[in-house]
Design a binder for this molecule. Sequence first.
Ligand code: NAD
Length: 477
Amino acid sequence: MNITIIGSGYVGLVTGACLAELGNTVFCLDVDARKVAMLNGGEVPIYEPGLKDIIERNRAAGRLLFSTDVKAGVAHGDIQFIAVGTPPDEDGSADLSHVLAAARNIGRHMDRFKVIVNKSTVPVGTVQRVRQAVAEELAQRDLPRLEFAVVSNPEFLKEGSAVEDFMHPDRIVIGVEDNATGTRAQSLMRAVYAPFTRNHERTFYMDVISAELTKYAANAMLATRISFMNELANLADKVGADIELVRQGIGSDPRIGYSFLYAGTGYGGSCFPKDVQALSRVAARFGHTLNVLDAVDAVNDSQKRVLAEKIVDCFGDDLSGRTFALWGLAFKPNTDDMREAPSRVLIRELLTRGARIRAHDPVAMPEAQHVLARDFADAPRLLEHISYVGRSMDALTDADALVIVTEWKAFRSPDFAAIKAGLRQPLIFDGRNLYDPAQMREAGIDYRAIGRSSRMPSPPPLPSCEPIAGAHNAAWS
Ligand code: NAD
């Protein structure tokens, strides 16, 4: 089948590459000429496990094309997937300008029946707005009777395992309109996704509004679980409980399950923060308040500052003269995505208090430099106090503490003796609860995690956080 994907970002590129891998001929269209040139030059602009190989293979086979040529892109695909960004508007609602621009481009150039698929995450009612944008363009061209269908097909892939998720989806949600073009669209969509449902049916056909709401509901539920656990972790810190034990205790209930119950430094990325806010705005438009979601958002905002608060509790508000080793910049492992990453909040809190940072991330350092240059446009000199190192252990040199922000696998079993020897004092702030507090105690490391106060070593009195001039670890061993 000939398929066009509009937008070659995390979702568009993965969708395009995977559909090409299944034998379709896929035209990936993007407005970003630099991105298209990179892709045509064999480079992949994002880090996503397995993606580069699939792109290379299918480009070589002539099944995957990258271009900025809108007219050719619209001509190519019987199905046009819209996978452009839907960033938050000023009030938190989804900015649909890219989606509607893509829709208008289709209306401006289409000359036969097209199925237009909203793969971007969009508020309820967007299928209708896309339909209207396309219809207006067709009317301008005196083609008001040229038929097309608009379908909602939200994407559930996760960054970091996007290729795997796309190739083995746990569900495919397809919302079609209840009319003749909707039926025609449904059979084309069935054909596109047939290779994914050979083993068993996993497609849910529904009306378009339910499909649009399903995507927001899924992300809102996951974000709610995270904020719930973060609130409980903060309580656990106060009452002397270990949130990890609580997690296991409740996760064993099959009605609850273990997934997405980890306390940490808050959720980030391109989806949860904006989708939670956008769903609240959708509700407000209909005169409805989603009290739970407003709280989920507020809890997450403050959770992103929890690590900084723990550091300030230890070292005081003035961090000048302090250096922190920071492990992990990306909003989660296996991606270089820095959108809404908790590390950005932490870095601002530390640098504005005068600290220095030595940071390491397995893949996100180039993207972090790019993003932080924008974040600190108001105070670019502060960025002179952050440096990046290629090896995690090199971040420890002259650092007063190690701070862990992203749970990359490579950070799970480090050489604790080397950490202890490398730091000025054996102190770890763990925003992802990676280690066993008892093991840390045995290793002589002061371990401050999220919601685990009961199993942490009794913290030494505040003055112990002072760096020890000239002697590594003296006060701690
Ligand atoms: P992205 O920012 O990585 O990519 C969007 C791409 O669209 C960019 O390359 C941009 O240049 C291009 N673009 C913008 N306007 C265009 C136009 N008019 N024509 C052609 N190209 C255009 O975004 P993303 O992370 O891939 O997200 C895309 C959508 O999918 C969003 O709505 C997002 O919420 C949703 N989504 C994202 C994820 C995820 O994990 N990233 C998962 C599921 C759903």
